[in-house]
Design a binder for this molecule. Structure first.
Ligand code: TYC
Length: 126
């Protein structure tokens, strides 16, 4: 070259004539058009059941009160769930994200232990 200018000096950032940096991704054509997402960016948090287990000693009205106060059931729904547990061995008190489910199960254990009852609650993936 007569001027002595190298190509690097003429186009120091490698921008080319279009003014955009070159696409360095191998085997990829530059996308064109409107960007679209094939999958949603967000996912729903996993949900967990709080399961109450039957025992021979916890009073029925205590279980109903737990279902009303901790799991926001109506008195009649709470009574149905309690009877289902009493007859079938277990029942679902509610379904929540993990941290809420664990907190509710721990609250059941604390309230039962305070009264000397053996009521147990578990957390299971839905
Ligand atoms: N089986 C208990 C009784 O006869 C009542 C009971 C119901 C206990 C549900 C626990 O999760 C339970 N007093």
């Amino acid at each position: 070259m007569a001027s002595g200018a190298s190509e690097a000096r003429v186009d120091p950032l490698g921008m080319g004539a279009g003014g955009e940096p070159p696409d360095s991704r191998p085997d990829r054509k530059r996308e064109e058009g409107v960007a679209t997402r094939e999958r949603p960016k967000t996912t729903r948090p996993q949900r967990f059941k709080v399961v109450l287990y039957n025992d021979d000693y916890t009073p029925m009205d205590f279980v109903v009160n737990v279902l009303v106060q901790i799991f926001q059931k109506s008195p009649s729904a709470a009574t149905q769930i309690m009877l289902q547990i009493h007859r079938g061995g277990l029942g679902i008190a509610g379904v929540y994200v993990l941290e809420v489910a664990e907190t509710k199960a721990a609250t059941v254990h604390r309230l039962a232990e305070d009264r000397g009852y053996p009521l147990r609650a578990g957390v299971e993936k839905e």
